[in-house]
Unconditional design. Sequence first.
Length: 423
Amino acid sequence: MTIDVVTFGCRLNAFESEVIRRNADDAGLDDVVIVNTCAVTNEAVAQARQSIRKLKRERPSARIVVTGCAAQIEPTMFAQMPEVDRVIGNDDKMRGDTWRDARTAFAAVADFGIANEEKIAVADIMAVTEMAPHLVEGFQGGLPRAFVQVQNGCDHRCTFCIIPFGRGNSRSVPMGAVVDQVRVLVEAGHAEIVLTGVDLTSYGADLPGGPRLGGLIKRILRHVPEMRRLRISSIDSIEADRDLLDAVANEERLMPHLHLSLQSGDDMILKRMKRRHSRRDAIDFCAQVRRLRPDIAFGADIIAGFPTETDDMFARSLDLVADCDLTFLHVFPYSPRPGTPAVRMPPVAGEVIKDRAGQLRAAAGAALRRRLAADIGATRQVLIESATQGRTEHFVPVAIAGETPGAVRTRMISGHDGARLLV
């Protein structure tokens, strides 16, 4: 059987694609391409649509199934595409019966001339209140890094963000199920585990006893002693709990790298975004964590050109790269998403947004080069990702050759090429 899953977007989608692959295989589907979409920007949706058209040209006999955040938010748009045979919602995609229903539907249709509404299997995501644990035995291709879903959805409503409408409200995987999943992946040979979620630091609020992310991390480290490296994906620093900070300070197997959802460095823009932290909160958090673990590396998401952003407001975002000593930057030119409050705010001109995004990316490049230079002469534990690249504990890329993917090697850093460390 041929089942291909094309994954766009976040690490959460990467985990979910493995569940989808297993469920589609168990359902007996054949000659199917599943596109797991992202909706974080208009560009992400456009890329998914382009990919669908290309996939159909390359594999005209294949059934095309579209799922993920963009499919949840705009199912009719995808159903109207002649290349698409079925549209499946974000919660529905994780259920085995959804894929058995898809097989039944395909078998009942002799051609693709079904009504668009009959293609859609998308339930109300806001009605979903629990997460059923899913056990993934490994990631296709034997990737050295594996992702574990511990949380989904978001209870916050940032004015620029459409994702809660694709993911629903916050819900968590019970701690025991998370530990079991991590153990299975470690036993399968994955050297590094990454905990993922939409709003990771809200973990546990819906579970009995209200556990927190820090407690989950400590439990994983305690119950899976053979795990070599644990990493956490993007967090909201204002929600960081005491156990999380304690783990960062004292647990060597928790990697010294945090990616922060900052979005802006200006207090007025943060208020208009409906964020819950201030500029000072962000700077103080980074300083606090650096005192606890001096070698920590920070990444951050920053939006360029949010509505009403002036030159002075943008300058404060640009200054945040230095003020927080950020090494990695994900720069998002503001993308208006229908259905979000920010769409109604006075926009920034497109050419200005483009210029500001360019300035942020230039600052990010300079920050990375500073980090690369600072690592010269240091000894690092490098996870070999592929035949040509690895990553240090701090997620800094390393150019390598002749190594076995999946191994963790001790290497002395001899230099850098402006983008990666050299050994």
